[in-house]
Design a protein around this ligand. Structure first.
Ligand code: GDP
Ligand code: MN
Length: 377
């Protein structure tokens, strides 16, 4: 789950990371009032869950309260990469001498937290990784001790920072690490981390939270911005389904995350393109199958659906009934290929045959059949 800059900066500040003074505003008049409180020039920043707001016109400097009001009037309500801006952050503007990058994330292959730093700040780090990977310095945290002072110095000097920044940099890096651990984040990033009057300051903060750990953080779950949620993923979450939207045209309804991954692979192998990852879970009942189908078919790109259900706890006849019931309620009909295996599979096949659904016995056969359906259409 992504959270907004204004939320991420609060978390970082709590962990000792220096951030400029700032307040959120939801109207031009409020932006003016904030600018008056801050004094001097300010920067007005759109609060939307996308990167590259600066380039898209969502970050603007204002000389004082009157200009802040005028700029907030332009940014609020504007469409930024498909999202309507509802809030701005009005921050004290600073005189930037240099923009750096600093982030912590998880390196799965190393099974470690990695800190990445670069003297090429301000631009998206993926861009730096692509064009000049040697400009990204990495150090790996100790699994028990986290980052030690020497790790921080190694990173700071690698980024070309002078020794006078070492102690500030160490504190900031520790702050990022502690914020990551405390919130179960998968990414904590400052871009840019800037040099202002010989000091380091975090100008933009980003935190990605691990969805699977959110149950431990009710306070963070409350930060979710429902306005910017993917509508499909939100609907799935409300039904307790594990769903990830993808770009293809074959909807997949599967029980078990491993089987869902394997199903997507097999669909790809036979030339198809999955529209989603979906794990309806063990013990899936007719209602969750119906809910899953509704979510999948609300995506107009979906032209066929593949069910791959292994019935251990799940009863295949229940699932078959769910599919048939759901099919009756659907506004849009698409070909459906069903593979059901396990508990009560004979009964399931009978139900499917009566409803004239295409069935398959192996995963390969199911994938080939669903791809063939698209070719016919
Ligand atoms: P992003 O484009 O969504 O990553 O938004 P950022 O918060 O990173 O802002 C984009 C750019 O605006 C930064 O890289 C800076 O160059 C510039 N910027 C942001 N705040 C200030 C500020 O206080 N003073 C100055 N001079 N530039 C700023
Ligand atoms: Mn940024």
């Amino acid at each position: 789950m992504k959270i907004h800059e204004y939320q991420a900066r609060e978390i970082l500040a709590k962990h000792g990371v220096p951030v400029p003074r700032a307040e959120v505003a939801t109207s031009p008049a409020e932006a003016r009032a904030v600018a008056e409180r801050l004094g001097g020039s300010v920067v007005v920043k759109a609060q939307v869950l996308v990167g590259g707001r600066g380039k898209a016109g969502g970050v603007k400097l204002a000389a004082g309260p009157a200009e802040a009001e005028e700029i907030a009037g332009r940014i609020l309500g504007m469409d930024l990469k498909g999202i309507t801006v509802r809030r701005v952050l009005v921050a004290e503007a600073v005189n930037i001498q240099k923009e750096l990058y600093l982030g912590v994330t998880i390196d799965r292959s190393r099974q470690a937290v990695v800190a990445m730093g670069s003297a090429e700040g301000g631009v998206e780090i993926e861009e730096v990784a692509r064009t000049a990977p040697d400009k990204i310095i990495k150090v790996y945290a100790h699994p028990m001790l986290g980052f030690a002072d020497f790790h921080a110095r190694q990173l700071a000097y690698g980024m070309g920072l002078a020794p006078s920044f070492a102690s500030d940099f160490t504190r900031i890096m520790r702050g990022l690490y502690n914020a990551m651990v405390a919130t179960d984040a998968s990414l904590v990033e400052i871009n840019p981390l800037v040099i202002v009057d010989g000091k380091l300051l975090a100008i933009d903060s980003k935190i990605l939270l691990d969805d699977n750990a959110l149950y431990r953080h009710k306070d963070l779950e409350a930060l979710r911005d429902l306005d910017e949620d993917d509508p499909y993923e939100r609907a799935a979450r409300e039904e307790g389904l594990n769903f990830v939207k993808l770009d293809g045209n074959i909807g997949c309804v599967v029980n078990g995350a491993g089987l869902a991954m394997a199903t997507m692979d097999v669909v790809k192998l036979y030339g198809g393109d999955p529209a989603n990852f979906l794990d309806i879970g063990g013990g899936a009942r007719a209602e969750s199958v119906a809910a899953a189908l509704k979510i999948i078919l609300s995506d107009p790109k979906v032209e066929a659906v593949l069910f791959n259900i292994f019935g251990g706890i799940t009863r295949c006849d229940e699932v078959a009934k769910g599919i048939v019931a759901a099919q009756g309620q659907l506004e849009r009909k698409v070909p459906m290929v069903v593979r059901l295996l396990g508990t009560n599979e004979e009964e399931a096949r009978r139900i499917l045959a009566e409803a004239s659904l295409i069935s398959a016995t192996t995963m390969e056969e199911a994938a080939q059949k669903v791809v063939a359906q698209l070719k016919q259409g």
